[in-house]
Design a protein around this ligand. Sequence first.
Ligand code: NAD
Length: 351
Amino acid sequence: MDNFVYEALPTRVIFGAGKLETLAAEVSRLGSKALVLCTPEQKSAAHEAAQMLGALSVGIFDRATMHVPIETARAAQSEASRLGADVYVAIGGGSTTGLGKAIALESGKPIVCVPTTYAGSEMTPIWGLTENGVKKTGRDIKVLPRTVIYDPTLTLSLPTTLSATSGMNAIAHSVEALYSQNRNPIVSLMAEESIRSLARSLPRVVQEPKNLEARSEALYGAWLAGISLGSVGMALHHKLCHTLGGSFNLPHAEVHTVIIPHVTAYNRDAAPEAMRRIAAALGQSDAAEGLFQLELTLGTPTKLSDLRMKQEDLDLAAELASQNPYYNPRPVTRGGIRALLEDAFFGNHPR
Ligand code: NAD
């Protein structure tokens, strides 16, 4: 067995249908004046949370949006100061969690997170902020939510298309964790189990969006994927998706979905043990083709051309993604990335 370092991230997790009911008790462990954060689309969920908090709630900030614009973070920060908030409750997907992290980075105050997608940000100390169109990211343990309440009933309303792509986004974290430079046996167990849970549950979620058992298993898989993302380094897939999302303004979960089978194929020969485990978790003989088949079953987008990417931008994308050498099991070359992007653009089967 190879030597390894394993560092557990200290988050308290409450999991189960109906567990939003523990929100007031969980918040009162950390503070007494909670500001509830949400997107404009999830105001009603935030109101329900604020009602459950009763006197512990000092207000709702409902302007969370994708990629955390610095102006939004500043507005939320000044609202939190005005109201004297000493704890933030983030109820929503990665965008809402991201807003909570941005203000916690500044203030050091704790976050109680109630995730409603499968993005996994609640399990990571990674923050992101967008200023003048450029997204900066960093790691700081201050932004890791102290408590996470996973209540699958809150995911029943997640549209099936977003459920499928958000679930593939989670699977992508686990795929890269299995061939990470600093992978370790504990996180690999979680990553493999996460792929198994998501591959089993997502087709049921898409067929029967109100099936609570399927929703629970998907959220469990997403939790494990989030731990994988937060615990070990990512590689080509995350770099490429960051480039495509940031430079060409493509939607987050969909880009992850379209790209992951092709990056898996790119790394096929360089990471055979990871491939064996991914394929086994998918119940398929080949990891990359197994991911592609799962996407066909879920009916997700499989082409970059469907995500408003322009063919003439593929050269620039390959150039940007191959700059600044970074770890990947197979060396990253401009030509290799260009071929991968070509396959992803046309929705070819992974090579
Ligand atoms: P999102 O948070 O932007 O949510 C997408 C939309 O779905 C929003 O309108 C939201 O209100 C709505 N929604 C969420 N849950 C819902 C539900 N249960 N029912 C109905 N509507 C619901 O999307 P996301 O994919 O969760 O997050 C993407 C963002 O998270 C990106 O900016 C990405 O960079 C970031 N992210 C960060 C990390 C990290 O570790 N820092 C990890 C993963 C993602």
